[in-house]
Design a protein around this ligand. Structure first.
Ligand code: N7H
Length: 401
């Protein structure tokens, strides 16, 4: 089985946080940093084994990951990837007070050995939107079950060999330095979401059917663009209207093959399921650990159909191979208009280098080849980086002193 106490906790738990701060920093004084990392930080780093039971979960999860530059600053020259930020702390908890207190502990321990470059405070949305991303859709439903960590997958959940997420485990066939085992690559992106603009697009382009009001037609287009209704109910299982009971039922809400889901829907683009067959699909999984940031749309923004306050998703994806995971998903699936019989771009998160996008692929059930033109992106990357989230033993034996 997997050595769960050696694996950082955020890699395997998925999206279950109420508050999370990302502290990006550079290492100014490597010798002091290495010694403080061993004496003060390592004891705080949360492992996957701790996350399994509520009794052993810490008040605040602490994880750390390094960019290629961060590893270079520590004298590690094995080539893993390339990056600008040097390292990042992920601090997650049910309360912002816990996060802030732990942040203080971490930064005072490290003192002048690090220099803060940037920090992002993220938080789950409030009330009935808790667990929903800013466009309004329930998130965190479909993450792969890693064999050896989660051996009781839910119906429809992908099962992946551990080496697809963790380096050096079964099915990671790339040669790695020994210390990299049980680490994972963390892709971070600060993805701004233009929420009023997204809703305006739906309102302006409703699906027209005799039994639908204009508002219902707009909701139906949104659901077909995502592949799920706001409650999480999949369009495949509930084609005509949202079904909150289905959306909330983890034994039913992921149990489908996609065939009645629009080809260009975000969840079909990012996980083609039976379209490709399990084998091919199996090479391209990520564990998402994202969380929203920014406040909800204000009445003024809604009235003007225009974003004035930045909000979006602190997108986090783990995999053992960035090219096969995040990059493949983005380049070969989401941003590739020719995936399945020319279906266009992912209408929600796809991008065409900032140019207008088009999307069809049965977005309109009354006219499967109808083309939707999307003049502006609804999701804009504000920046990001590739990091390596090492095992606890690598932190102890290789990265610290
Ligand atoms: Fe996506 N959204 O609200 O539209 N995503 N995503 N994503 N996404 C998913 O199943 C969203 C992004 C994946 O197994 C859901 O948990 C938004 C990127 C994958 O069926 C919703 C943004 C990438 C899945 C959203 C965003 C992916 C998935 C359904 C950006 C990869 C699982 C909830 C702001 C490069 C597919 C769920 C499966 C699901 C949304 C980004 C990938 C609602 C708003 C950049 C693999």
């Amino acid at each position: 089985g997997l050595n769960l106490t050696n694996i950082q906790g955020d890699i395997v738990i998925g999206q279950l946080k109420l508050h999370e701060t990302f502290l990006f920093f550079s290492i100014v004084d490597a010798a002091t940093f290495k010694s403080k990392l061993r004496s003060d930080i390592l004891p705080l780093v949360t492992n996957a084994g701790q996350m399994l039971k509520t009794e052993t979960q810490p008040d605040t999860l602490v994880n750390i990951a390094f960019s290629q530059n961060g590893l270079s600053a520590l004298g590690i020259t094995d080539n893993l990837n390339d990056a600008a930020f040097r390292a990042v702390f992920l601090l997650a908890s049910n309360t912002v007070e816990n996060v802030d207190a732990t942040l203080k502990t971490v930064t005072s321990a490290l003192g002048a050995s690090i220099k803060e470059a940037y920090s992002l405070q993220a938080a789950a949305r409030k009330g009935n939107q808790e667990g929903h991303e800013h466009f309004g859709f329930l998130d965190g439903i479909s993450n792969p079950a890693i064999r050896g960590f989660d051996d009781n997958p839910l119906p429809g959940q992908a099962r992946v060999p551990p080496g697809e997420i963790l380096l050096g485990e079964a099915n990671d066939n790339i040669t790695r330095p020994a210390w990299a085992k049980d680490g994972s690559f963390l892709v971070f992106r600060q993805l701004q979401q233009l929420v009023p603009e997204f809703h305006k697009y739906l309102t302006d382009n409703p699906i027209v059917e005799p039994h639908l009001t204009r508002a219902q037609g707009a909701d139906l287009l949104g659901a077909r663009m995502v592949g799920r209704w706001p409650s999480g109910a999949p369009v495949f299982l509930s084609p005509n209207a949202d079904d909150p009971e289905l959306g909330a039922d983890s034994h039913r809400n992921n149990n489908f093959t996609n065939s009645r889901c629009p080809f260009s829907a975000h969840i079909r683009k990012s996980r083609p399921r039976a379209d490709l067959g399990e084998d091919k699909e199996n090479a391209h999984h990520i564990v998402r650990g994202s969380i929203p940031y920014g406040e909800d749309v204000t009445p003024e923004e809604a009235a003007a159909n225009t974003t004035t306050i930045e909000r979006g998703m602190a997108f986090v994806a783990y995999q053992s191979n960035i090219v096969a995971g995040f990059q493949f998903m983005q380049q070969t699936w989401l941003n590739n208009p020719n995936l399945q019989n020319t279906t266009g771009f992912d209408p929600v998160v796809g991008a065409n280098h900032g140019d207008a996008r088009w999307s069809q692929g049965n977005l309109d059930p009354t006219d499967p080849t109808k083309n939707f033109t999307l003049l502006n992106d609804f999701v804009i990357s504000r920046g990001g980086e590739y990091f390596f989230s090492p095992s606890l033993s690598a932190i102890a034996d290789k990265l610290s002193a």
